[in-house]
Write a protein of this length. Structure first.
Length: 255
């Protein structure tokens, strides 16, 4: 076991013996926040052995709230439970080790009382969730790369449909118009069929344009906000429902 200074708070040594061999980081502190005991898992999580004269509550160099703001020592959860305040269980926090690495953890805190019910210290068990965070970050990165690949493929297909098929249809439209001009004088029946063919070509061009736009609206090339405005207008045009787009965040960059 690792003791940092003699305390008369009456901590149960058998309890500390059991905690010493647990794989979860744990420490005990007196009413002034001085660390009176910690196990090997705590020192490993902190990345150091705390200074008994300087460190309070735990051995991390710097601690942060879930939103990333610095956690002041006197407002940290261990300090608050010594004031008799209850902490919401299960909240996550993060901290920096001396080597600069960052760890994520969930603190489990409890105040310790003497026979008269007075607070004589506290115990803090720290569940290391760094690997879980790393896995979540890796999954988010993988999802972002997958979405970027899908977006690139949609863009490529939309471009090919617009350029290749659209160009062929335009050529067909021009050729049909030239054919109709030659048939107009001598074969009016065939000229009527050419008009029907022209209508089909125009409808096909519209379908191709709609398919290419559905895969990747051209407005996206001007930014995601322009694409959203296009979607709102398109929805209003098709449904008759008046819509207004409200944006109050900086525009993200598209891949």
């Amino acid at each position: 076991m690792t003791f940092m200074h003699t305390s008369s708070s009456g901590f149960d040594c058998s309890w500390r013996d059991m905690m010493e061999f647990m794989p979860i980081a744990a420490c005990m502190f007196d009413p002034d926040g001085r660390i009176v005991w910690y196990n090997a898992a705590a020192a490993q999580l902190w990345g150091r052995h705390p200074d008994p004269e300087r460190d309070r509550w735990c051995g991390f160099v710097r601690k942060y709230w879930p939103d990333g703001s610095p956690m002041q020592a006197d407002q940290s959860p261990p300090a608050l439970i010594l004031q008799g305040k209850l902490m919401q269980p299960g909240f996550e926090a993060m901290a920096d080790r001396p080597d600069g690495s960052r760890v994520y953890f969930i603190p489990h805190l409890r105040a310790l009382h003497d026979a008269q019910g007075e607070i004589v210290g506290g115990i803090n068990m720290l569940l290391d969730i760094t690997e879980r965070h790393q896995a979540e970050d890796a999954l988010r990165d993988l999802a972002a790369r997958r979405e970027a690949m899908l977006e690139a493929e949609r863009k490529r297909i939309a471009q090919e449909i617009h350029d290749e098929l659209g160009q062929l249809l335009n050529t067909l439209h021009i050729s049909n118009a030239a054919l109709r001009a030659r048939l107009e004088q001598d074969q009016p029946a065939l000229c009527e069929k050419a008009d029907i063919m022209a209508g089909l070509i125009h409808r096909t061009i519209d379908v191709v344009r709609n398919v290419a736009t559905s895969l990747r609206p051209a407005a996206l090339d001007a930014g995601i906000y322009s694409g959203l405005e296009w979607l709102v207008r398109d929805f209003s045009d098709h449904t008759g429902i008046a819509c207004r787009l409200l944006l109050d965040e900086p525009e993200p960059e598209l891949p």
